[in-house]
Ligand binder design. Structure first.
Ligand code: DX5
Length: 224
């Protein structure tokens, strides 16, 4: 059974002075979930959303929220982001000394658990925690900023994750530089959840076209 294909916009490129309206526009454009790029200025050289910002947007839309925690020691924050309305928390394998324990804490807090792998991090980092994860995120850029170029060298790694996961109920997500010219490679390699930021907002035909076009390109590229 092929995994459900989903388009997950990153909130990073929105006009933060109109955050609520922008989140509503994303839902209306037909996205399947919304990804909040949480950055702490330590794990990555950038700073973004606290849980209260996410909580303020939660009542205005019904699509699921996921928090991509690009933060050191994610255990310290996990519960706050679940309380803010994120149903899935994605922690970086590189950001915790005890990944198995961190994932357990995310689940104890009531969140589904995902693990993100930076480009240089081997797939083996998740081999022994597959029983604790609902999603594996293969970063196709180095984290910290939107608008970077897609790393096609990550496609064999996406395929390696797909082979490791097999038919387990674990989603395979990619994030970074996903757009009309790169989404097919990621989907063909095995990704079923596609995070896109700048590509959605630079489509001259608007958000709805950008979302449906990305979905169609990904769907066409997936192996039968
Ligand atoms: C990197 C961020 C970005 C963002 C997507 O830390 O995670 O990858 O979500 O940005 P684009 O789609 O503009 O590369």
């Amino acid at each position: 059974m092929p995994r459900r294909l989903e388009i997950a916009p990153s909130v990073l490129p929105v006009d933060f002075s109109r955050l609520g309206e922008e989140v509503l526009a994303l839902e209306k454009a037909g996205v399947d979930r919304i990804q909040w790029d949480v950055m702490d200025g330590r794990f990555v050289p950038n700073l973004t959303f606290g849980p209260d910002v996410i909580a303020s947007c939660r009542p205005h839309v019904s699509v699921p929220f996921e928090a991509h925690l690009m933060v050191e020691e994610p255990d310290l924050l996990a519960e706050r982001y679940v309380e803010a309305g994120c149903s899935l928390l994605i922690v970086h394998a590189e950001a915790t000394r005890h990944l198995h324990r961190t994932l357990g804490r995310v689940r104890e807090a009531g969140g589904a658990a995902g693990v993100a792998l930076n480009p240089a991090t081997p797939v083996d980092a998740v081999r022994h925690v597959l029983d604790l994860v609902d999603l594996i995120l293969v970063m196709t850029v180095n984290p910290g900023f939107g608008g970077q170029s897609y790393l096609s060298t990550m496609e064999p790694k996406i395929a390696e994750v797909a082979a490791l996961v097999g038919d387990r109920p674990i989603d395979i997500e990619v994030d970074g530089g996903i757009g009309p010219t790169t989404v097919a490679g990621a989907a063909a390699a095995g990704a079923n959840i596609l995070v896109a930021g700048s590509a959605l907002f630079r489509d001259p035909e608007g958000l709805e076209h950008a979302v449906s076009d990305l979905r169609a390109r990904a769907d066409a590229a997936r192996l039968p």
